[in-house]
Design a protein around this ligand. Structure first.
Ligand SMILES: Cc1ncc(COP(=O)(O)O)c(C=O)c1O
Length: 454
């Protein structure tokens, strides 16, 4: 009787899910992103829940955005207040939360970064930053890393080399790619086998100088390339890049969509190298903690240059009060509760645990990252380091079945790389739980395909 009931219940559950995806297939357009097989009905803190109450640890913070976990009570309070009394206005009406957010950013950012405006997405703010660079310098060439991701709108997508480049027609004129600092796979090696980033960097600039038509406007970069495979530039790299940009009269646009606002253990990841200050800073994902908020911050001088060249950026949700109030609260909480330090500590715990897994499983080729942005590169061959994206995909699916959501990026020419970016509110117990699930999932997949040893 009990068994029959169980069978009937799970058959019904499956029917409900199948019916849901049939409905979804009928009315939702496919945009190149395969749907997850899980249907989430609730998200709270670090956990996701499906209709049956099954829990899944969210180690991607949604789309790398829910920095304080899902539905943080203070964020819920701010949203409730502002949706009830000051949600959205004519774009030229400036409100208190917008000024407060801009003031907070000016206070925590190094001089001379002091002038901000607010948009919604990471594609939109990098698009705006690129246009600002063009207006201010009067030039049009934009350089980006060969593993970059800055969005998919026309300008931002033209500076994105990791995904979405094919079959959309010509990119913007003047796009140049620079070798991404990929220590694990770079062909630039010193005689002792270590990464020769200085030679790679000089090679990269020599290629840019040869290709440029003399109109270099900006280099747009992430301080740690996330979608590109959690590529962490070696110490000194950002300083050299800032110097090389300056030499050529180019602006440095720092895109901290995923790294900004404490995740890597510092408020901004570019602060890992003293003295590096971008000309334009673009924040998005983490600033809105899951709500659509993005910022662009620059210097008074660049603002003036843009004004003189009649820069225009006017969108429906420019400087909206509701999302700005959320951003101000996010910054307040991160500073007040010392979440940079916490991200650093929990990140260290995560990294040590991942290194233990690396010692245990041959298919983990590399562990890299900073703070609560960590990557695991999966290989299919321990000698050639051939891409292990299929294996990574299988582990990712097993982890989801076992109760952990983590993201595997499989880009051409790279191995599959897991990105782990839990909220900065993650607890030590949740990190241990995730590590256990990963351990179990690697074990299951390698046992199943008979590859416990390479
Ligand atoms: C570094 C970076 N910049 C820009 C974007 C684009 O942001 P959005 O998807 O909000 O347009 C992303 C998205 O993943 C990103 O990671």
């Amino acid at each position: 009787m009990t068994a029959t009931t169980t069978v009937t219940t799970s058959a019904t559950k499956l029917d409900v899910i199948n019916d849901f995806f049939t409905r979804a297939d009928k009315c939702l357009m496919y945009t190149g992103v395969p749907a997850s097989p899980v249907v989430i009905t609730k998200a709270l803190g670090t956990r996701l829940y499906d209709a049956s109450g099954r829990q899944i640890l969210d180690f991607t913070s949604g789309q790398m955005s829910s920095l304080l976990g899902h539905s943080h009570p203070e964020i819920v309070k701010v949203v409730t207040k502002y949706v009830g009394e000051l949600d959205h206005l004519l774009s030229n009406m400036i409100t208190e939360p917008v000024v407060e957010l801009a003031e907070r950013l000016a206070r925590i950012l190094p001089a001379p970064l002091e002038k901000s405006f607010f948009l919604n997405t990471g594609s939109e703010n990098t698009e705006a930053a690129i246009k600002m660079a063009k207006c201010h310098t009067g030039k049009f060439e934009i350089v980006a890393f060969s593993a970059s991701y800055h969005g998919l709108t026309s300008g931002s997508g033209s500076a994105t080399y990791s995904a979405g480049r094919k079959n959309g027609g010509p990119t913007m004129p003047g796009q140049l790619a620079f070798p991404a600092p990929y220590a694990y796979r770079s062909p630039f090696k010193k005689p002792d086998g270590s990464y020769d980033w200085e030679t790679e960097l000089e090679f990269g600039w020599s290629m840019i100088d040869r290709q440029s038509v003399g109109s270099l406007a900006a280099f747009i970069m992430e301080p740690i390339l996330s979608t590109g495979g959690i590529l962490v530039p070696p110490k000194g790299y950002l300083t050299r890049m800032a110097q090389e940009c300056k030499k050529r009269g180019m602006l440095l646009i720092m895109d901290e969509a995923q790294t900004g606002v404490g995740r890597t253990g510092q408020m901004f990841a570019f602060q890992n190298e003293e003295g590096v200050v971008p000309d334009i800073l673009a924040l998005s994902k983490t600033l809105g903690c899951g709500l659509p908020l993005a910022s662009v911050t620059t210097t008074a001088e660049i603002e003036e240059g843009c004004r003189e060249s009649r820069f225009l950026w006017l969108t429906t949700h420019l400087n909206d009060p509701l999302t700005a109030a959320v951003g101000a609260k996010v910054l307040e909480i991160i500073e007040r509760d010392d979440y940079c330090q916490k991200a650093s500590e929990r990140g260290e715990q995560l990294r040590i645990g991942l290194q233990r897994l690396q010692d245990k499983y041959w298919c983990i080729g590399d562990i890299r990252g900073r703070g609560l942005l960590q990557g695991i590169e999966i290989i299919a061959d321990s000698v050639t380091k051939a891409s292990g994206s299929d294996l990574g995909q299988a582990v990712s699916e097993a982890a989801m079945n076992n109760g952990l959501s983590c993201n595997i990026v499989s880009l051409p020419g790279m191995g599959g790389v897991f990105r782990l970016a839990p909220p900065v509110t993650v607890t030590a117990d949740e990190i241990e739980e995730a590590l256990q699930i990963l351990d179990q999932s690697f074990n299951q997949v390698l046992t199943k395909c008979g590859q416990m040893v390479p």
